[in-house]
Design a protein around this ligand. Structure first.
Ligand SMILES: [Mn+2]
Length: 235
Protein backbone atom coordinates (compact mmCIF):
# COMPACT_ATOMS: atom_id res chain seq x y z
CA UNK A 1 0.00 0.00 0.00
CA UNK A 2 1.22 3.47 -0.84
CA UNK A 3 1.14 5.92 2.03
CA UNK A 4 0.42 9.58 1.30
CA UNK A 5 1.37 11.58 4.38
CA UNK A 6 0.59 15.28 4.75
CA UNK A 7 2.53 17.20 7.37
CA UNK A 8 1.35 20.41 9.03
CA UNK A 9 3.05 23.81 9.34
CA UNK A 10 6.78 23.16 9.98
CA UNK A 11 7.96 26.80 10.39
CA UNK A 12 11.68 25.97 10.58
CA UNK A 13 11.37 23.13 13.11
CA UNK A 14 13.89 20.73 11.56
CA UNK A 15 14.45 18.57 14.63
CA UNK A 16 10.73 17.88 14.94
CA UNK A 17 10.45 17.12 11.22
CA UNK A 18 13.37 14.71 11.43
CA UNK A 19 11.82 12.88 14.41
CA UNK A 20 8.49 12.62 12.63
CA UNK A 21 10.13 11.26 9.47
CA UNK A 22 12.11 8.67 11.40
CA UNK A 23 8.89 7.43 12.93
CA UNK A 24 7.13 7.56 9.55
CA UNK A 25 9.75 5.40 7.82
CA UNK A 26 8.76 6.44 4.28
CA UNK A 27 9.15 3.68 1.68
CA UNK A 28 10.17 4.19 -1.95
CA UNK A 29 6.58 4.44 -3.19
CA UNK A 30 5.36 6.71 -0.36
CA UNK A 31 4.87 10.48 -0.46
CA UNK A 32 5.30 13.31 2.01
CA UNK A 33 3.27 16.43 1.23
CA UNK A 34 3.35 19.76 3.04
CA UNK A 35 0.58 22.30 3.55
CA UNK A 36 3.20 25.10 3.34
CA UNK A 37 4.72 27.58 5.82
CA UNK A 38 7.94 25.59 5.98
CA UNK A 39 10.54 28.13 7.00
CA UNK A 40 9.76 31.19 9.12
CA UNK A 41 9.63 31.68 12.94
CA UNK A 42 11.46 28.47 13.90
CA UNK A 43 15.14 27.81 14.59
CA UNK A 44 16.41 25.81 11.60
CA UNK A 45 15.05 26.64 8.13
CA UNK A 46 18.26 25.37 6.51
CA UNK A 47 17.80 22.01 8.24
CA UNK A 48 14.21 21.78 7.02
CA UNK A 49 15.40 22.45 3.47
CA UNK A 50 18.08 19.75 3.67
CA UNK A 51 15.64 17.15 5.02
CA UNK A 52 13.11 17.83 2.27
CA UNK A 53 15.74 17.95 -0.50
CA UNK A 54 16.88 14.46 0.54
CA UNK A 55 13.35 13.15 -0.09
CA UNK A 56 13.59 14.11 -3.77
CA UNK A 57 10.48 13.20 -5.75
CA UNK A 58 8.86 11.72 -2.64
CA UNK A 59 8.18 15.28 -1.44
CA UNK A 60 5.70 17.83 -2.75
CA UNK A 61 3.94 20.84 -1.26
CA UNK A 62 1.69 23.81 -1.71
CA UNK A 63 2.97 27.24 -0.78
CA UNK A 64 1.63 29.03 2.29
CA UNK A 65 1.37 32.70 3.16
CA UNK A 66 5.02 32.74 4.27
CA UNK A 67 6.29 31.28 0.99
CA UNK A 68 4.09 33.69 -0.94
CA UNK A 69 5.45 36.67 0.95
CA UNK A 70 9.04 35.42 0.62
CA UNK A 71 8.72 34.95 -3.14
CA UNK A 72 7.22 38.40 -3.56
CA UNK A 73 10.09 40.00 -1.62
CA UNK A 74 12.81 38.14 -3.50
CA UNK A 75 11.40 38.56 -6.99
CA UNK A 76 14.09 39.45 -9.49
CA UNK A 77 16.92 39.61 -6.96
CA UNK A 78 20.17 37.85 -7.67
CA UNK A 79 21.37 37.95 -4.08
CA UNK A 80 19.54 37.98 -0.77
CA UNK A 81 19.94 39.68 2.56
CA UNK A 82 18.28 38.43 5.71
CA UNK A 83 15.71 41.20 5.25
CA UNK A 84 14.71 39.73 1.88
CA UNK A 85 13.89 36.47 3.63
CA UNK A 86 11.09 37.96 5.70
CA UNK A 87 7.74 36.26 5.50
CA UNK A 88 4.13 37.15 6.04
CA UNK A 89 3.71 40.06 8.42
CA UNK A 90 7.45 40.76 8.16
CA UNK A 91 8.41 37.61 10.08
CA UNK A 92 12.20 37.38 10.26
CA UNK A 93 13.88 34.22 8.95
CA UNK A 94 16.50 32.64 11.23
CA UNK A 95 19.97 33.80 10.15
CA UNK A 96 21.13 30.26 9.38
CA UNK A 97 18.94 30.44 6.27
CA UNK A 98 21.11 33.09 4.64
CA UNK A 99 23.83 30.73 3.27
CA UNK A 100 21.15 28.66 1.55
CA UNK A 101 18.86 31.57 0.62
CA UNK A 102 19.00 31.00 -3.13
CA UNK A 103 18.46 27.24 -2.76
CA UNK A 104 15.57 27.92 -0.41
CA UNK A 105 13.88 30.30 -2.81
CA UNK A 106 14.48 27.95 -5.75
CA UNK A 107 12.89 25.16 -3.69
CA UNK A 108 9.58 27.01 -3.35
CA UNK A 109 9.62 28.93 -6.65
CA UNK A 110 6.93 27.78 -9.07
CA UNK A 111 5.13 25.63 -6.50
CA UNK A 112 1.35 25.59 -6.69
CA UNK A 113 -1.05 26.96 -4.08
CA UNK A 114 -3.61 24.20 -4.59
CA UNK A 115 -3.33 20.55 -5.52
CA UNK A 116 -6.12 18.15 -6.45
CA UNK A 117 -5.51 14.42 -6.07
CA UNK A 118 -7.58 11.24 -6.19
CA UNK A 119 -8.59 9.54 -2.95
CA UNK A 120 -7.93 5.87 -2.46
CA UNK A 121 -7.61 3.54 0.48
CA UNK A 122 -9.70 1.98 3.22
CA UNK A 123 -11.13 5.26 4.56
CA UNK A 124 -12.86 5.99 1.25
CA UNK A 125 -14.23 2.63 0.05
CA UNK A 126 -17.81 3.45 1.12
CA UNK A 127 -17.54 7.14 0.29
CA UNK A 128 -18.79 9.03 -2.74
CA UNK A 129 -15.95 11.51 -2.34
CA UNK A 130 -13.41 10.98 -5.12
CA UNK A 131 -10.96 13.90 -4.83
CA UNK A 132 -9.01 15.62 -2.14
CA UNK A 133 -7.44 19.06 -2.12
CA UNK A 134 -4.19 20.24 -0.55
CA UNK A 135 -4.20 23.94 0.39
CA UNK A 136 -2.53 26.11 3.00
CA UNK A 137 -5.40 28.21 4.28
CA UNK A 138 -8.81 27.74 2.74
CA UNK A 139 -11.13 26.97 -0.09
CA UNK A 140 -14.52 28.65 -0.14
CA UNK A 141 -17.92 26.97 -0.50
CA UNK A 142 -19.58 27.89 -3.80
CA UNK A 143 -16.32 28.73 -5.55
CA UNK A 144 -14.36 26.49 -7.90
CA UNK A 145 -11.14 25.86 -5.94
CA UNK A 146 -8.90 26.19 -9.01
CA UNK A 147 -10.30 29.68 -9.63
CA UNK A 148 -9.55 31.04 -6.16
CA UNK A 149 -6.47 33.33 -6.28
CA UNK A 150 -3.38 32.42 -4.20
CA UNK A 151 -3.87 35.52 -2.05
CA UNK A 152 -7.13 33.95 -0.81
CA UNK A 153 -5.98 30.31 -0.69
CA UNK A 154 -3.36 31.12 1.95
CA UNK A 155 -5.81 32.88 4.28
CA UNK A 156 -8.03 31.67 7.10
CA UNK A 157 -11.13 32.08 4.95
CA UNK A 158 -14.17 33.55 6.62
CA UNK A 159 -17.48 33.52 4.74
CA UNK A 160 -18.43 37.18 4.76
CA UNK A 161 -21.79 36.49 3.06
CA UNK A 162 -23.13 34.41 5.96
CA UNK A 163 -24.38 35.53 9.39
CA UNK A 164 -21.58 35.63 11.99
CA UNK A 165 -19.01 35.06 9.18
CA UNK A 166 -18.15 31.40 9.91
CA UNK A 167 -14.79 30.02 8.83
CA UNK A 168 -14.93 28.00 5.63
CA UNK A 169 -14.16 24.72 7.37
CA UNK A 170 -17.19 25.11 9.64
CA UNK A 171 -19.56 24.68 6.69
CA UNK A 172 -17.43 22.83 4.11
CA UNK A 173 -19.29 19.75 2.85
CA UNK A 174 -17.25 18.94 -0.22
CA UNK A 175 -17.46 17.57 -2.79
CA UNK A 176 -13.72 17.30 -2.07
CA UNK A 177 -12.00 16.33 1.16
CA UNK A 178 -9.61 19.18 2.05
CA UNK A 179 -6.33 19.00 3.97
CA UNK A 180 -5.03 22.36 5.18
CA UNK A 181 -2.84 24.15 7.71
CA UNK A 182 -2.37 27.76 8.80
CA UNK A 183 -4.86 27.84 11.68
CA UNK A 184 -4.05 26.19 14.99
CA UNK A 185 -7.64 26.79 16.10
CA UNK A 186 -8.86 24.63 13.19
CA UNK A 187 -6.64 21.61 13.92
CA UNK A 188 -8.24 18.19 13.67
CA UNK A 189 -10.95 16.42 11.69
CA UNK A 190 -14.11 18.28 10.70
CA UNK A 191 -17.21 16.16 10.02
CA UNK A 192 -20.81 16.88 9.02
CA UNK A 193 -23.94 16.02 11.02
CA UNK A 194 -23.77 12.43 9.73
CA UNK A 195 -20.15 11.98 10.74
CA UNK A 196 -18.79 12.19 7.19
CA UNK A 197 -15.26 13.65 7.11
CA UNK A 198 -14.84 16.81 5.01
CA UNK A 199 -11.59 18.44 6.00
CA UNK A 200 -8.57 18.11 8.26
CA UNK A 201 -6.58 20.94 9.84
CA UNK A 202 -2.93 20.05 10.38
CA UNK A 203 -1.46 23.15 12.01
CA UNK A 204 -0.75 21.85 15.50
CA UNK A 205 1.42 24.85 16.45
CA UNK A 206 4.76 23.04 16.26
CA UNK A 207 6.75 26.28 16.42
CA UNK A 208 4.92 27.22 19.61
CA UNK A 209 5.66 23.91 21.31
CA UNK A 210 2.94 21.64 19.93
CA UNK A 211 3.89 18.29 18.33
CA UNK A 212 4.32 18.28 14.55
CA UNK A 213 1.52 16.15 13.11
CA UNK A 214 0.90 14.26 9.86
CA UNK A 215 -2.21 12.70 8.34
CA UNK A 216 -2.22 9.63 6.07
CA UNK A 217 -4.87 10.08 3.39
CA UNK A 218 -5.51 6.40 2.69
CA UNK A 219 -6.84 5.58 6.17
CA UNK A 220 -6.89 8.95 7.98
CA UNK A 221 -4.24 7.70 10.39
CA UNK A 222 -2.51 10.37 12.45
CA UNK A 223 1.18 10.45 13.30
CA UNK A 224 2.39 12.72 16.06
CA UNK A 225 6.04 13.68 16.39
CA UNK A 226 7.76 12.16 19.44
CA UNK A 227 8.82 14.58 22.14
CA UNK A 228 11.85 16.66 21.13
CA UNK A 229 12.49 18.01 24.61
CA UNK A 230 12.77 21.65 25.54
CA UNK A 231 13.45 24.14 22.77
CA UNK A 232 13.66 27.87 22.64
CA UNK A 233 11.45 29.47 20.00
CA UNK A 234 12.93 32.62 18.46
CA UNK A 235 10.40 35.08 17.13
MN1 LIG B 1 0.17 30.23 7.47
Amino acid sequence: MTSTWVVGDVHGCAAELQLLLEQMDLQAQDLLLSVGDLFHRGPDPAGVLQILQRLGSRFDMVNGNHERSLLRRCKGQATCSIDDLRGDGGTVMHKNALPVAEELIAFIHGRSYLQRRKLCGSAWQQSETTDWLLVHGCVLPGQIPEQIPPSQLVRKGRQENLPNHPYWYETWHGPEFVVFGHAQSAAGLHVDAHGNPWCYGLDTGCVYGGPLTALRLEDLAIMVQPNVGSRVVER
